[in-house]
Design a protein around this ligand. Structure first.
Ligand SMILES: Cc1ncc(COP(=O)(O)O)c(C=O)c1O
Length: 447
């Protein structure tokens, strides 16, 4: 059954909407991670009208099992989670906006502070990138120095993208190759100092620029875990040079443990940033930290109408309550391991070389041997025929059942076997791909 949206525009297929979108939204959409070009150009359904649990229905009302990224890592408790929705809907009924503040903001601040004993204050925003920008602003105000050392991805804002002014490859190892800094003020060139994760020698750049660097912001983990002593070394370095240490846990928090991942490392930052999983898909992000640093927010102007809206706080509180009650991290880790197992076993049985990385709940894999994007496209195409949405990473959720994990394992093996069969008969997998190959790199993804 065609959705009204398609009927009204005389479009017959959900996958054709992406082309239409590009005529009225530059680049097609708001998030690079949802672009059809990243998953399956020309075939990816791209738009949905309903999502529940681990299922998504496209505009042709076709039902899929989502093993792609569960709302780009935001929906750890599944889509439209009934318990969280109930609280959110109640807050909407009672008015999601007013001239007064929402008390749920204080409840969420209390929850986060309780989970992270070094912190005593919180600020909130709606997106991860916004919250990182808030943290950097406060940290600059606290340290009195403008320079920011960065490691990882921290959003789209000027202070971060300025890294690529003058050299489009400066963020190649943190984010994407070839990312253009068009529109970012040129005089921000040189205001950031990128360093490579787990490279002890690379920390020299921070020491050498100790007079300029007042902020070190980094993802404490993501693809790999920190080497022994690495985070400790950065902590000591920040103390030594008088820089504020921010852990950006927009993606890593609430995956392997109840709270920010760094709680497992024993190293405390001065501030921590949360987003993604905090609201189970509802818009809410947070910055928490030590009072001595966080209070410097009052010296600066950091203010926005929609940061006070009630739904985000309500969802955050309900989501964290559910997380604590269910010990959700145990299920996230278990299901993430099962996903990795499916890739690993399929690769072993078919002698196809892959590399698996990431925290268990943030699992990624990569085909090796030079066939990466051909095999990846074929994998997404063949899994789509079985009504599975897949990509090169799969972010775990608590609602995957044993039976759906088994089915994912079986279907993944079948696709790997097809690749082996095609190769064994001396044919090329590329010949079996209907649309374009998946794309990587900023220019090709963003057009
Ligand atoms: C570590 C990290 N920081 C910041 C961001 C930006 O968050 P958002 O996309 O919500 O602005 C992301 C998003 O992927 C992220 O992974």
């Amino acid at each position: 059954m065609l959705h009204q949206f398609l009927k009204k525009r005389s479009i017959t297929n959900s996958s054709d909407v992406w082309g239409y979108a590009k005529t009225i939204i530059p680049g097609g959409g708001e998030l690079i991670s949802k672009k059809a070009e990243r998953f399956l150009p020309g075939q990816w359904p791209s738009y949905y009208h309903k999502a529940k649990g681990y299922n998504v229905w496209d505009l042709n009302n076709k039902k899929y099992v989502d093993f792609a990224q569960m709302g780009v890592g935001s929906c750890i408790h599944g889509y439209a989670n009934s318990k969280i929705n109930k609280k959110v809907i109640s807050s909407i009924r009672r008015g999601s906006m007013s001239s007064l503040n929402s008390y749920e903001e204080l409840e969420l601040a209390e929850r986060l502070i309780q989970l992270h004993p070094y912190s005593s204050m919180a600020r909130f925003a709606r997106t991860g990138g916004e919250a990182c920008s808030i943290a950097v602003r406060i940290a600059r105000a606290a340290s009195g120095k403008d320079g920011v050392a960065i490691c990882g991805y921290h959003g789209w804002h000027d202070w971060y993208i300025a890294t690529n002014i003058g050299d489009k490859e400066n963020l190649k190892d943190q984010l994407l190759p070839g990312l253009d800094a068009a529109g970012v003020p040129k005089n921000l060139q040189g205001s950031t100092y990128p360093f490579i994760y787990n490279d002890f020698d690379g920390l020299e750049i921070i020491k050498e620029n100790r007079d300029k660097i007042g902020v070190v912001i980094m993802e404490p983990t993501r693809g790999v875990k920190p080497l022994p002593g690495y985070l400790q070394k950065i902590r000591e370095l920040c103390n030594e040079i008088g820089a504020v240490l921010i852990f950006d846990e927009v993606t890593s928090a609430f995956r392997e443990n109840n709270g920010a991942w760094h709680l497992l490392s024993g190293v405390d930052p001065d501030m921590t940033v949360f987003g993604k999983a905090l609201g189970n898909g509802f818009p809410i992000s947070a910055v928490i930290g030590k009072e001595s640093v966080m209070n410097k927010a009052t010296l600066s102007f950091i203010s926005s109408t929609m940061w006070t809206e009630r739904v985000g706080f309500t969802a955050g509180v309900a989501n964290l309550d559910l997380f604590s009650k269910q010990k959700s991290h145990e299920k996230l880790v278990y299901n993430g391991k099962k996903i990795k197992e499916a890739w690993e076993e399929s690769a072993k049985k078919t002698n196809i070389n892959i590399n698996i990385s990431g925290l268990d709940p943030l699992a990624s894999f990569k085909f090796l041997d030079g066939a990466e994007n051909v095999y990846q496209t074929f994998y997404a195409q063949e899994m789509l025929k079985e009504n599975f949405l897949v990509g090169s990473s799969s972010y775990s959720c608590t609602v995957y059942s044993e039976s759906i994990l088994k089915k994912f394992n079986k279907k993944t093996l079948e696709v790997f076997e097809k690749i082996k069969f095609i190769n064994d008969k001396g044919d090329k997998v590329e010949n079996y791909i209907k649309g374009d190959l998946i794309k990587s790199g900023f220019k090709r993804l963003n057009s």
